[in-house]
Design a protein around this ligand. Structure first.
Ligand code: FAD
Ligand code: SF4
Ligand code: SF4
Length: 410
């Protein structure tokens, strides 16, 4: 008899999952599928690569069960769940392992596949982050917000149409922290006649409101008018949001996100790296600090990438911020008057200051924007750390464990 084949089965919590489709979009090997009810993971395909963990806005994706491969929950079973099944008690598995090892002395190694490949570190919030409210309103009970304002942020002749949209929650309790996201329920149905799944949007305003003291928040929404391959398309939720008029109502779920949160201790320094609408959480954090300047004594660096200045949301207001409040580094990839520059190039150019912040035990890093930016940014960190005589791989592990490295790409 051989050793028992034990796996860590990857599961999605149907009670928390907001059916946002992010994990299915993210998984590089199509291990995730869904029906109109649940998102589920195929046990025979998932290799525990963790690529889907940090993009999941709710944490519903981060569930694992140690079990015998033969007992793995099937897709059909998972699609029927309303809640996760209880853990299989480990002692029973230990007994199974011991029994198998005793029965097979010639092959004492227990095969624990996937366990070794799934060394995932779940994202962590900074130790001094405020405690967030999450999942106050699910898809079955969204809250109604009213549009208090909607205007275009990018220049009229810019290729991207990015909007600043203010939603007012009236008397509804909907507390938000900087770095959190909300879900928008687009009205209507898809081509199959099913309700649209919700889309996530980062909140661009601080916890005390877009207008201080008001129960409102701001979003930074880019109208999706072509897909990732450049083909013309009409993005369901982004078009809906960008076309909203003042006074319209919107169905909102959330709030979501418990780790991409700002530190609150006075000595904390932050490095914010973003492209396009990835600037939304950076605006929220910057504004929180600007409104509480006497408290926040650390440094703030911003690396902001876009095709050119016309495509940058919040370009004008950013330029008005004093340099000693925010050390801004722009990177334009399609500026007719300058060579192509990406955020990673700007980080390399500011190597000394970047290395100082990365190696500061109070330094916190936030990366937000389109998928694909992460790789170049982490390579730049590797280079600036090497220049400062530090090993980025070690520092990265420390920063993740300490809740000082935060990445949100979509
Ligand atoms: C945690 C999180 C935070 C987010 N925050 C923001 C935010 O602050 N602002 C914001 O604008 N968006 C944000 N997004 C993305 C947003 O949720 C939607 O995915 C986006 O608006 C497209 O939705 P749609 O319904 O308009 O397009 P869909 O109808 O879903 O897509 C239409 C087509 O366009 C493709 N597509 C989808 N998104 C893009 C894109 N960005 N570029 C090119 N092609 C695309 C799709 O693959 C599809 O083929 C966030 C996503 C996540 C997961
Ligand atoms: S909430 Fe998480 S698990 Fe659910 S569909 Fe979105 S990314 Fe996947
Ligand atoms: S852990 Fe990796 S393989 Fe498994 S579902 Fe997530 S992205 Fe896909």
């Amino acid at each position: 008899m051989g050793a028992p084949d034990i796996i860590k089965q990857h599961l999605i919590d149907p009670e928390i999952c907001i059916r946002c489709n992010t994990c299915e979009d993210t998984c590089p090997i199509d291990a995730i599928t869904h029906d109109d009810r649940n998102y589920v993971v195929k046990a025979d395909v998932c290799n525990g690569c963790n690529a889907c963990l940090s993009p999941c806005p709710t944490g519903a994706i981060d569930n694992w069960r140690t079990m015998l491969r033969g007992d793995a929950y099937t897709i059909e079973a998972q699609l029927l769940w309303d809640e996760l099944p209880a853990e299989v008690p480990l002692p029973e598995l230990d007994t199974a392992i011991e029994g198998a090892a005793a029965a097979a002395p010639a092959a004492p190694e227990v095969t624990i596949q996937s366990v070794e490949t799934s060394r995932h570190t779940s994202p962590r919030a900074p130790w001094s982050a405020a405690h967030p409210y999450v999942n106050l309103h699910g898809v079955r009970a969204p809250v109604t917000a009213t549009v208090a304002g909607n205007y275009r942020l990018t220049a009229e002749d810019a290729s991207s149409d990015i909007h600043h949209i203010v939603l007012d929650f009236g008397t509804h309790f909907f507390p938000i922290l900087e770095g959190q996201s909300i879900g928008i329920v687009p009205p209507g149905t898809d081509a199959a006649g099913k309700p649209h799944y919700i889309r996530m949007y980062s909140v661009a305003s601080p916890r005390d409101g877009e207008r201080p003291g008001y129960n409102n928040l701001a979003l930074t929404v880019k109208r999706v008018d072509q897909d990732h391959a450049g083909r013309p398309v009409r993005g369901v939720a982004s078009s809906y949001l960008c076309d909203l008029a003042k006074g319209d109502t919107v169905q909102v779920v959330g709030p979501f996100g418990a780790t991409f949160l700002m530190p609150n201790h006075a000595e904390a320094s932050v490095m914010m790296i973003c492209t396009g609408t990835g600037s939304a959480p950076m605006r929220a954090m910057t504004e929180r600090m600007r409104r509480n300047l006497a408290h926040f004594r650390g440094r703030r660096m911003l690396f902001f990438g876009a095709r050119n200045a016309n495509e940058l949301p919040y370009f004008g207001p950013l330029l008005k911020l004093p340099r000693d409040f925010l050390d801004i580094h722009f990177a334009f990839s399609r500026d007719p008057d300058a060579p192509r520059r990406y955020v990673q190039d700007a980080i390399r150019e500011a190597a000394d200051a970047a290395a100082a912040l990365l190696t500061d035990p109070n330094g916190h890093v936030y990366i937000c924007g389109l998928k694909g930016m992460e790789e170049g940014v982490l390579a730049a960190f590797d280079a600036v750390c090497a220049g400062a005589g530090r090993n980025w791989a070690e520092l990265e592990a420390t920063m993740k464990a300490e809740g000082r490295l935060h990445i949100e790409t979509y």
